[in-house]
Design a protein around this ligand. Structure first.
Ligand code: GLV
Ligand code: MN
Ligand code: MN
Length: 412
């Protein structure tokens, strides 16, 4: 089979997708179920239908575009990623796996390949945690690692529940119907930018992901005592922001001294109430994101955080509530899917690096119900989640070609 990827079309489609955004270019902001996200979804649906794929959408908005195989009863070979983008993001996170997946299918069709297993492109809903505080909402529900009941309890910053938001966005049916039946997938493979510097540094064009790190996220609320910034003397204060600052630094110290480079911890949100120059912070909310490739070590970090909170609480008289949003286990890729990717790299003489994904992805959750693997391409300076995120057209096309070869191996 002689496969050819239309690099110019693929790059131009990535550029077009960038225009569905709530940020000034080159930044991209596309939060799930906003008008920009809905316009992007509708544009992609049209591209999938133009390519002859059969498109369906589940009640949470996960979108499946199927190329039916010759055996309608055989389990599906899946590929895909997400198109939602965090505020002030770049163009490539997720979109390369969606539009690259579509282009891979088009390349296979153009080459006359006839799959036995149906090949399905999947555009996951809300890989990013921006709106509902939890990442991979769509894939968690597909895999059943998040129950419909718990998903219904989630709400956005305005207090609107997942159900209210998705119904308003035009999704129909109930969240209970999202979970996929057992045995749905034969395999799932996701193309993605690396979001780290290793491939570029080693000058290796492709990464075959063998393992995805385990993320945990928490929300901490600090309840102190507000008051006049002039009137309340220092010994009498219960400043919620000072307590939060101590926790942030203790968390950084714990991550740096875990003994492993794979331990990372981030506080990305700090909301201060009442947020006035001359008022002592009475309440603070922090987001905490802790990750590791080793589950025990990740869980030890969470225990340390808990101990730090108790000790700061006692010393400062500030009450700290901790709400666990998710604590997921790492995933190993499936050996068959890894082999299909390696075989595809070798066929074209492309060097590849076996890798760990330190970012999480929807594949982490699909791994609970199917063998998965991911294929990484380099991104400049390892930058991601920022407007200057960049992947070269050659790297995107190379990744797409290898993805197409691997899909063919898995689907024949
Ligand atoms: C995904 O975007 C992540 O935060 O790893
Ligand atoms: Mn991301
Ligand atoms: Mn992503």
């Amino acid at each position: 089979m002689n496969l050819s990827v239309d690099q110019a079309r693929l790059v131009s489609e990535i550029e077009t997708l960038t225009t569905f955004s709530d940020a000034d270019p080159p930044a991209v902001t596309r939060v799930v179920f906003t008008p920009a996200d809905l316009r992007a979804r509708s544009w992609i649906k049209d591209r999938c239908e133009e390519a002859g794929l059969v498109v369906r959408r589940d009640p949470i908005g996960n979108t499946f575009a199927r190329w039916p195989g010759s055996d309608a009863t055989a389990p599906i070979v899946g590929t895909g990623s997400h198109i939602d983008a965090i505020p002030n993001a770049g163009k490539y996170d997720g979109t390369v796996g969606v539009l690259g997946g579509l282009e891979a299918i088009r390349a296979l069709k153009a080459a006359g390949f006839r799959p036995k297993h149906s090949i399905e492109l999947l555009i996951f809903t809300s890989e990013e945690p921006t709106r509902f505080g939890i990442g991979c909402l769509g894939s968690r529900l597909l895999a059943g690692t998040l129950s419909a009941e718990n998903a219904k309890k989630l709400s956005d910053g305005e207090g609107a529940t997942v159900d209210e938001v998705r119904l308003k966005a035009g999704m129909s049916g109930t969240i209970d119907e999202v979970k996929l039946p057992a045995g749905y997938y034969k395999a799932f493979v996701e193309l993605h930018i690396e979001q780290g510097p290793l491939l570029e540094r080693e000058r290796i064009p492709l990464g075959v992901v063998e393992r995805i790190a385990a993320p945990a996220s928490l929300r901490l609320t600090f309840e102190g005592a507000g008051g006049h910034a002039g009137g309340v003397l220092m010994p009498d204060r219960k400043d919620a922001l000072c307590a939060a600052a101590e926790v942030i630094l203790a968390l950084e110290h714990a991550a740096k001294s875990s003994g492993a480079i794979d331990t990372v911890a981030t506080v990305g949100i700090c909301d201060v109430f009442p947020g006035a120059v001359n008022s002592i912070p009475a309440r603070v909310r922090l987001s905490v994101d802790i990750r590791d490739t080793n589950l025990d070590r990740r869980d030890r970090m969470m225990k340390t955080l808990e101990e730090v909170c108790r000790s700061i609480e006692a010393r400062r008289g500030v009450v700290i509530h901790s709400e666990l949003l998710n604590a997921d286990a790492p995933a190993d890729s499936g050996t068959g899917v890894i082999s299909a990717l390696i075989q595809a790299c070798r066929k074209h003489g492309f060097p590849f690096l076996p890798m760990t994904s330190r970012a999480y992805h929807d594949s982490l959750f699909i791994s609970r119900i199917a063998p998965v693997a991911m294929l990484f391409i380099p991104c400049r300076n390892g930058y991601s989640h920022r407007p200057d995120e960049y992947a070269s057209p050659d790297d995107i096309a190379r990744g797409t070609l290898v993805l197409a070869e691997a899909l063919a191996t898995l689907a024949e």
